[in-house]
Write a protein that binds this ligand. Structure first.
Ligand code: FEO
Length: 398
C-alpha cells in the first residue's frame, strides 16, 4: 500500500505481513496476517516512528522513500524494542548513520544488546518534548510493560495523534484501508485485537490501566498503534476496549462457559455433546474447543473473559490427556486464575485424570464444582447424567 497521510505532514508508511505463520514464533497469524505500522513526520526535521520486522526491510525502506530520503532522516524513534518493530534498524542505521536513534534508557540498552548499536543514540525522558518544526511537536510518554519494560508512546501534540506501538494494537493485516472509519464492520479487527491483547499484553494489566489513566485529559484525535487499525473515527473505542480487557484480570469473568475437550476414540466426545446440551438448556453462552486441533491462541480469549470452564478429557497413561494438560499450562502461564470449573472424562481400566486435574486446579486457583470420571463408553443413562451435569454447572454460574 502507498504511504497515507494521517494528518498534515504525518504519514502512515507501514507494511502488511502475510508471510509469517507464528507471531513471536508462537501465535498463529497464517490466516489473519499482521501489520507493522510505522510513521514518518515530515517537519523541518524528519522523524520516523517505529519500524518493522527485518523480513520487511526492503518494503519499509521503499515506503519511507515515498515521503523522505531514508538517508536524510533526522530521528528514528523506537517506542518499543521488540524486533517486530526494530528488525529494520541495522539496515536503516547503515543507510542513515546520522539519524539519531531515540528511546528510553532501557530501550537503548536493548538496542546495544540486540543490534550492537551504541553510537548515534539518545535517551529521551518521560514527558520530554521534541520540536520538529513545521508545526510538529512530539512528546514522549513512558509506558513500561506495555509491552516490554522499555516501552513508551509518542504523542504529536499539535495534531493530537498518539503513536502507541503495541498498546491498542491487534492482529489482522490491513485490507486496503488503514482507518477504522473506512471499514463497514469492525468485528474482525476487534476480535483480533482481543486475541492479540490476551496473547501478548494481558500479563501486564496494571501497566495498561496506568497508561490509560495517564491519557485521561489528553486530547487524542487519532490512536495510531503499530499493529492493526488506526483509530480515527472512534479513537476512544479501542482505548475503552483495552481498559475493559485489562479489568478482566481481577474479575471473575462473564457468566458464560468455555468447554475444552480432547478425546482418543470418541468416548469422552460423546459426553461432550450431552454436557453441552445441558449447558445450552440454561441459555448461557457456550463455546466448545477441541484442544487437539485448536491453538491456545484462539482459546485464551474465551478463558480470559468467561467465568466457567468445563474440561472434558480422558485418562491417558494414568493421567490427564496431555493436550489438555498443555492447554491448562498455557492458561497458567497467562495467569488466567479464579475460574469456576468441572471435569468429566472416560477411562479404560483405572482413572488418573482426576488427580492431575485437581492438581492443576490448585495451581490455577480454579474452583472445581464436580470431578467425574466414567468407565469406557457412556451408556444412555450416563449421557442423561451428562446433560444434568452440564445444567448444574451452568446454573452454578448464574
Ligand atoms: Fe509488537 Fe511487543 O511487539
Amino acid at each position: 500500500m502507498p504511504a497515507i497521510e494521517v494528518k498534515p505532514g504525518i504519514y502512515w508508511i507501514g507494511v502488511n505481513d502475510r508471510t509469517t505463520d507464528l507471531f513471536e514464533g508462537l501465535w498463529p497469524i497464517t490466516r489473519e496476517g499482521v501489520s507493522y505500522n510505522a510513521y514518518v513526520i515530515d517537519g523541518e526535521k524528519k522523524a520516523l516512528i517505529d519500524l518493522a520486522r527485518d523480513i520487511k526491510t526492503g518494503d519499509l525502506l521503499n515506503q519511507i522513500a515515498q515521503i523522505v530520503d531514508p538517508a536524510a532522516l533526522d530521528y528514528v524513534i523506537l517506542n518499543h524494542m521488540e524486533p517486530d518493530h526494530t528488525g529494520v534498524l541495522t539496515t536503516l542505521h547503515r543507510i542513515a548513520p546520522n539519524a539519531q536513534i531515540l528511546g528510553t534508557k532501557k530501550a537503548l540498552e536493548m538496542v546495544a544488546g540486540y543490534y550492537h548499536i551504541t553510537e548515534g543514540v539518545r535517551e529521551v525522558k518521560d514527558g520530554e518534548v521534541l520540536e520538529l518544526g513545521s508545526n510538529h511537536k512530539l512528546q514522549f510518554v513512558s509506558m513500561p510493560f506495555v509491552h516490554w519494560p522499555e516501552t513508551m508512546s509518542t504523542y504529536e501534540v499539535n495534531h493530537r495523534v498518539l503513536f502507541s506501538c503495541d498498546a491498542f494494537g491487534g492482529y489482522g493485516a490491513l485490507q486496503g484501508a488503514i482507518f477504522d472509519d473506512q471499514y463497514p464492520n469492525l468485528d474482525f479487527y476487534e476480535q483480533e485485537a482481543l486475541r492479540y491483547y490476551v496473547n501478548i499484553v494481558a500479563l501486564y494489566p496494571k501497566p495498561v490501566l496506568k497508561a490509560i489513566d495517564r491519557l485521561a485529559g489528553v486530547p487524542v484525535d487519532i490512536v495510531a498503534p503499530s499493529h492493526g487499525l488506526i483509530w480515527r473515527g472512534q479513537p476512544e473505542r479501542i482505548i475503552s476496549l483495552y481498559k475493559k480487557w485489562a479489568e478482566y484480570a481481577d474479575a471473575p469473568g462473564d457468566p458464560a462457559v468455555t468447554l475444552l475437550y480432547g478425546t482418543m476414540y470418541g468416548l469422552t466426545e460423546l459426553m461432550v455433546e450431552a454436557v453441552a446440551e445441558g449447558v445450552a438448556r440454561t441459555g448461557l453462552p457456550l463455546e466448545i474447543f477441541d484442544v487437539r486441533h485448536t491453538h491456545s491462541s484462539y482459546i485464551l480469549p474465551y478463558l480470559y473473559t468467561r467465568r466457567g470452564v468445563l474440561v472434558g478429557a480422558p485418562t491417558y497413561e494414568g493421567g490427564l490427556f496431555p493436550p489438555m494438560v498443555d492447554m491448562l499450562h498455557m492458561a497458567e502461564h497467562k495467569r488466567i486464575f479464579n475460574r469456576q470449573t468441572a471435569y468429566f472424562g472416560s477411562y479404560g481400566w483405572s482413572g488418573g485424570a482426576r488427580r492431575d486435574f485437581n492438581t492443576l486446579c490448585e495451581t490455577l486457583r480454579w474452583n472445581p464444582t464436580e470431578v467425574w470420571e466414567f468407565k469406557g463408553a457412556p451408556t444412555p443413562e450416563l449421557l442423561r447424567e451428562g446433560v444434568a451435569f452440564g445444567t448444574r454447572f451452568a446454573e452454578s454460574l448464574l
